[in-house]
Design a protein around this ligand. Structure first.
Ligand code: BDR
Ligand code: CA
Length: 312
């Protein structure tokens, strides 16, 4: 069993990703969930994490982290996730009583890593602000991290600009720190999440029949899928679930490539761009493993089975 920390900004696809992750205690011992400003402001994403963890019956410790990216002002994605970031389902008000750690997420993660006698995996499905601060502030802690599974970036199209994906665009300085840290990073970018690991609308609709957790998941996904369809997408990417499933079930990912990836830091359409350097001699600078293909049907089945497994 692997110890895991999940850093996220729920966010509807983050919520699905957390639901899938917590369905597999036989693989992942989730020793903390941490939040960071991203899809919506920090207070909302933290409230959403509380609602979801309560709903799923989890007792995982929760800590809230950075509200703003390292350099730029935050930009959010309320049009995709709703004003509060997890629209579509009425969670009971009492779920806001879920306990919150007193430390900031960066210190929280540091403490969890420091006290662990084995290396821990981090799954990061949001702007990388918390993780970059952790790596910069506590360089000695790198050796306690086994692997960082990131949803972010793209080796093909963007979703904010022609070149940039949301998480990388919101905090590119943080993404650069994480990619260049020397800690092994596996990237689920839009090239995978939109082009290969998407779900069809029929698959999304089938989620409501998967018990009480299925009803919750399908209600929030209705909102999210509606927003994606309105944007012109015909297939629905559950981006953050890719990072989680790449940790839980790596054998589903049928193609990957190691690349040297730099992150655009200019203030234009290339801000947050994560294009691989494909020149032969760039190989010696490879810093990231990019997932390029997946057995889509097995991926979707794994996601649906995980939701169904709650049996409530
Ligand atoms: C990423 O941006 C967010 O809106 C999603 O939660 C996901 O992490 C996709 O670009
Ligand atoms: Ca996210």
């Amino acid at each position: 069993m692997k110890k895991v920390i999940m850093d996220c900004d729920p966010g509807i696809d983050d919520a699905i990703a957390i639901t899938v992750l917590l369905a597999h205690p036989e693989i992942a011992d989730v020793i903390g969930v941490t939040t960071v400003g991203g899809n919506v402001a920090l207070n909302y994403v933290t409230q959403n994490a509380k609602k979801l963890l309560t709903f799923l019956g989890s007792h995982t410790e929760l800590a809230s982290g950075q509200a703003e990216p390292l350099v730029k002002e935050i930009e959010t994605a309320g049009e995709i996730h709703g004003k509060t970031g997890m629209e579509g389902y009425d969670f009971p008000k009492e779920s806001l009583d879920y306990p919150l750690a007193s430390e900031n997420a960066v210190t929280f993660i540091y403490n969890k890593l420091a006290e662990s006698d084995e290396p821990v995996d981090i799954i990061a499905t949001a702007p990388l602000t918390n993780i970059a601060l952790l790596l910069k502030t506590f360089p000695e802690i790198h050796e306690k991290i086994d692997h960082i599974y990131v949803m972010g970036g793209s080796t093909l199209q963007g979703n904010i600009t022609l070149a940039s994906e949301f998480n990388a665009y919101v905090d590119p300085e943080a993404a650069k720190i994480v990619f260049d840290s020397g800690v092994p990073v596996t990237l689920s970018g839009l090239n995978l999440t939109e082009n290969k690991a998407y779900m069809t609308m029929d698959e999304i609709k089938s989620i409501k029949d998967l018990g009480e957790v299925g009803v919750m998941a399908s209600s929030i996904l209705d909102f999210y899928a509606g927003a994606e369809l309105e944007k012109g997408m015909t297939k629905i990417p559950i981006h953050d679930a890719c990072a989680v499933i790449s940790m839980l079930k790596p054998e589903l990912f049928t193609k990957s490539e190691n690349y040297s990836i730099d992150v655009g830091l200019t203030n234009d359409q290339f801000r947050g761009m994560t294009y691989p350097d494909r020149r032969v001699y760039a190989e010696e600078h490879n810093n990231v493993k990019v997932l390029e293909d997946v057995d889509r049907e097995a991926f979707v089945k794994y996601l649906l089975d995980s939701i169904k497994s709650y049996d409530k």
